[in-house]
Each structure stands twice: as C-alpha cells, then as structure tokens.
Design a protein around this ligand. Structure first.
Ligand code: UD1
Length: 337
C-alpha cells in the first residue's frame, strides 16, 4: 500500500514516515519545507533503509498536487501539513485560515478527483478548549477552541464530516493529539522549532543545551496538585504508531471516526521538569512567571476508545520522552542542517 503524507518532513510526519516504511508501506512525502528541511527526508531514508518519494511543493497548489496524485496513485493520505503555533495564529489569523483551510480544501479536491478516498487528519486536543470534563473523551464538546489555530482544526474536522456525508465512498479518521513530545531514539529526528519554542519540552531541551538561560514556568497557582498545569504528553513514536493503526482502520470502511491520542496520564510542569532533570543529570535553571493566556489547568485524555477500536495504546513514559528529546537536542544543538 502506498501512503501520501502531506507535511511528511515535519516533526510528526517524519516519525510516522519511518513507522510506515518499516511496517511495509510505500511512502510519498509532499512538503513545502516551510517549517522543515530537506535533510529530514535523507534521515528518514537513513533510519528506515528505504527512500520515500519526495515532492517539494505546496499542498495548496492544486495543479502541482494533482500531478503528484496522477503519478503516484496513492491508496491513502495522512494530512499533517499546516501551521500550528497558537501565538502566531492570534497575531495573524488570516495566515492561519488561508493556509490551513486552503491546503485542506486543495487536498480533498485532489483526492476526490483521483478517486483516493481514505484520509487520516491531524487534529488536536485544542478543539476541546476549556475541558467540560476530565478525562476528555471523544464525545466532549469539540467546538470550543480558544484561538484561531484551534478554530482552523474545528473547521477542517467539520468540512471532512460534510465531505463524508456527501460522498459515502470516503473514509476519514480524525486523530486528536494531546501533547506530542520526544524524538526518535536514534537521535537523528526530533522537533526543530523555528525561533523561540512555544512548547514546554523543546524549551526545556534548549535550556539544557545552553541555548536559553532559564525556563519560565507559566504560573504555579492553578488548581492542580502542585499549582502548575497538567498535560498529557505523548511520545512522538507512540503517536507515529497511532497513525499506522489509523491507516489499518481505514481498510474496514469505517466512514468518519474520531480518536484522542494520548496516554491517559497527566503530568504537571514541575513533574516534567523533574523527569527531565533525572534523564539529563542536569539542574535546570527556572523561575515562576505569570500565567500564560489561554492555558487551562488540566488536560488529559481517556484513551480507551483508541485502544478498543484501533488496538493502539501509548507505551512510552514521560521519562522516555525526556531522555529522547534530550539526546536529539544534545546531538543536534542547532537542529537539522
Ligand atoms: C499547546 C497549544 C495547543 C497545541 C499544542 C501542540 C496553547 C494554549 N495550546 O498546548 O493548541 O495543540 O501546544 O503541542 O498554546 N509552559 C511553561 N513554560 C514554557 C512553555 C510551556 O510553563 O516555556 C507550560 C504551559 O504554560 C503549559 C505546559 O507548559 O502549562 C504545556 O505547554 P505547551 O507545551 O505549550 O502545550 P499546551 O499549552 O498544552
């Protein structure tokens, strides 16, 4: 089977490409390299021992994408491509609506026009906004995102539901990720954010490697056990396996189904820092700062639906995440060449 990955040179896409290649799938990567580098594709080949096909192009460029579909005739698509920085989406909402929505529309058109009707979409737990209950399950209200980035995910999810209603031949798996973190155990692939990282784990690794002076913990007066926010950190390797399970699910003519991908366990910022110090044998300089706007105190999933229906569950721990993220950062202090 041949799987086309939009954004396949990105953080989650590249780890998934390896998991697919080593599970016997052929992989076609389409990426405009806006937030990634061509060297990622070389490293995917190096780790998996197999070369994916690679096209440097914009998914929003329908004519170019249609040509790839005609040449490659993929059996299914995983749609990772998109912008994902919350703060940037607040500052430049039109960029997010334009890029994330036009990309998704162009992709769905190319799929429909080429009779490719199996799709996995990268959604996010951000669609739940302020959680109505904890743990979050797939039936929780998923229309309450608090920022434009999250609203693009909600709109794309809805567009895919409408598409499946209109075209019964389509099968779609929506995957709502909790907090992806960690890196490939080879230390050859990892998260390589541009500029100051927004997310906790890449910020921690940059402090540990000396690129940043200290971690600022965004508030310690939340209604949680130690006052810092609690999240469900999922190792990117577990997440990659989740995509392979979703591809298998598409074979069962599933129509549109939705799964939360997380571990089911929450860890506070202080707990992540402690796990990181243990993994790296370093003391991490840190201070307590003000709360960050839009942060909810606690978010973690009930992962049981994915376990029942995809036969998938997360296996790696926060310690694994910290160890692998650190090895990646230590061996690639400036990210990808
Ligand atoms: C964020 C996004 C979410 C996105 C996800 C992708 C927000 C509100 N949410 O989730 O939409 O899908 O990233 O992974 O931005 N923290 C610090 N200091 C730091 C960085 C983070 O204390 O320097 C804290 C945060 O305040 C938060 C926790 O660490 O309490 C996790 O933060 P982060 O990694 O940004 O994830 P989310 O906010 O959960």
């Amino acid at each position: 089977m041949k799987i086309l990955l939009t954004g396949g040179a990105g953080y989650i896409g590249s780890h998934t490409a390896i998991e697919l290649l080593t599970s016997g799938y052929e992989v076609v990567i389409v990426d405009n390299l806006r937030n990634s580098k061509a060297s990622v594709v070389d490293r995917i080949s190096e780790i998996s021992g197999q070369a994916p096909s690679f096209y440097e192009l914009d998914v929003a460029d329908y004519a170019a994408l249609d040509t790839v579909f005609k040449q490659q005739q993929p059996d299914a698509v995983i749609h990772f491509a998109g912008l994902k920085a919350v703060g940037e989406s607040v500052a430049d909402p039109l960029l997010y609506y334009q890029l994330n929505l036009l990309t998704s529309i162009s992709l769905c058109r190319a799929m429909a026009d080429n009779n490719v009707t199996s799709l996995v979409f990268s959604s996010s737990a951000t669609v739940y906004g302020e959680p109505e209950r904890i743990p979050l399950d797939e039936n929780c209200n998923a229309t309450k995102a608090t920022n434009p980035y999250g609203r693009t995910k909600i709109i794309i999810e809805q567009m895919l539901r409408d598409l499946c209603d209109a075209k019964p031949e389509f099968n779609v798996v929506l995957l709502r990720y909790f907090n992806p973190a960690g890196a490939h155990p080879s230390a050859r692939l990892g998260e390589d954010p541009k500029g100051v990282p927004n997310n906790l784990v890449p910020f921690l690794t940059q402090v540990a490697v000396g690129l940043r002076d200290e971690l600022v913990i965004n508030g310690d007066d939340y209604p949680t056990e130690d006052g810092t926010c609690v999240r469900d950190y999922i190792h990117v390797q577990d997440l990659a396996r989740g995509h392979v399970a979703a591809i298998r699910k598409l074979q069962s003519n599933c129509r549109l189904v939705t799964y939360n991908l997380g571990t089911g366990t929450g860890h506070s910022v202080n707990e992540v820092v402690a796990a990181f110090e243990l993994a790296t044998h370093q003391h991490l300089p840190r201070t307590i700062g003000p709360r960050r706007e839009g942060d909810v105190p606690t978010s973690y999933t009930d992962p049981s639906l994915a376990e029942r229906e995809l036969g998938w569950k997360a296996e790696l721990t926060i310690e694994d995440i910290c160890r692998d993220a650190w090895r990646w950062q230590a061996e690639n202090p400036a990210g990808y060449p």
